[in-house]
Design a protein around this ligand. Structure first.
Ligand code: ACO
Length: 322
């Protein structure tokens, strides 16, 4: 599989740490020192599909491909517009990709990695020749804006990659999940059927909004990410030194520094944009990939490892040859 084009989209509205300190008891110093986040972009009513469509069009434009040539749209999100139709179908409608088959993939912050894997499996089987792979989340709509432990961490955005079958370009991935630890990170527990079964309509904030055991997520990430990166590099038959860039899910700069240290990799090989955007969930790796490409850091033949981790719990890393 080969990546032919990338794109990303961030909402206009910038929310700084100082802005947040007006709604919860927090401050810039705490947020920057614990996470590295300085600001985030928050949707002003734009939906996940609208952001995803903008990133998708940029990726298609970059690849020089017309929407009607797209055969498959895979959209990773945990904040789809509605239960039905799926959000990938809504993107299809907006961008006019009339010949595509469209489905959503749900794996929180690992979503983009899992979606690329799914594209690779479809392309390798010969079922489709190309795919538009998107990671997009409007995390702000599942955030409890009175919970300082989570509301400072996240942002909204979308990233996309257009990929094409190419047997000469290696794509190798390692993934895992641990459903037994699902309660470490949750959002949207409530559903209409639950309410009807309970026979009452009383919703607590934690039933709907995100809840997180931050320290458990931190420990999980610094243990699992180096492990899965090592596994994928070994499976790809390359050395750690040969990897040009490691594009990690952008949750916390301390997690990224710890992973670099544990792998013995210079931190300069792990680009960071979470200072500008916070944690954009399924979008983060896709946005970073696009930015690193646009900055001219990647050229034909570059070797990249992407890695995601998050709710589920889920994790995965992929080795990609550009
Ligand atoms: N501002 C000020 N103080 C705060 C804030 C805040 N925004 N949030 C928490 N605190 C306080 C706590 O109440 C606590 O106070 P106490 O000691 O009086 O009880 C103190 O700061 C320390 O809290 P900790 O939770 O111990 O802080 P920690 O150093 O662990 O940092 C953090 C918290 C940043 C959340 C860290 O645990 C982390 O980054 N974890 C990973 C989170 C993550 O990556 N989540 C996304 C996963 S991806 C996905 O799938 C969505």
């Amino acid at each position: 599989m080969e990546i032919l084009g990338t794109g990303s989209y961030l909402p206009e509205r910038v929310i700084s740490n100082d802005d947040l300190s007006k709604i919860v008891e927090t401050n810039d110093e705490w947020i920057v020192s614990r996470t590295g986040i300085k600001q985030r972009r928050i949707s002003d009513g734009e939906t996940t599909s609208q952001m995803a469509a903008k990133a998708a069009l940029e990726a298609l434009n970059d690849a020089g491909v017309k929407p009607e040539e797209v055969e498959l749209i895979l959209l990773a999100t945990m904040t789809g517009d509605e239960a039905m139709p799926n959000t990938a179908c809504k993107v299809q409608q907006v961008i006019n990709a009339v010949n595509a088959t469209c489905l959503d993939i749900s794996a929180a912050c690992t979503g983009f990695v899992f979606a690329l894997n799914t594209a690779n499996a479809y392309l390798s089987s010969g079922m489709y020749q190309n795919a538009l792979v998107i990671g997009a989340d409007t995390v702000s709509k599942v955030i409890n804006w009175s919970d300082r432990g989570t509301c400072v961490l996240f942002g909204d955005g979308a990233g996309a990659a257009f990929v094409k079958a190419n047997s000469e370009k290696a794509y190798v991935s390692m993934t895992g999940s641990d459903g037994a630890q699902g309660d470490v990170l949750q959002a949207g527990k409530i559903s209409l059927s639950n309410l009807l079964m309970q026979g009452e309509v009383s919703v607590e904030p934690d039933d709907y909004y995100m809840t997180m055991n931050g320290q458990k997520v931190f420990q999980f990430a610094v243990r699992k990410v180096p492990e899965v990166v090592r596994q994928v590099v070994e499976k790809a038959g390359v050395s750690m030194d040969e990897i040009d860039y490691f594009l990690l899910h952008q949750a916390n700069v301390r997690i990224i520094a710890s992973v670099a240290k544990r792998l013995g990799v210079p931190v300069e090989k792990m680009p960071v944009n979470l200072d500008k955007y916070g944690n954009t969930s399924a979008a983060s790796v896709a946005i970073l990939l696009n930015e690193v490409r646009r900055e001219g850091k990647l050229k034909k033949g570059s070797k990249v490892v992407i890695a995601g981790f998050g709710g589920g719990l889920t994790w995965g890393a992929s080795y990609i040859e550009l």
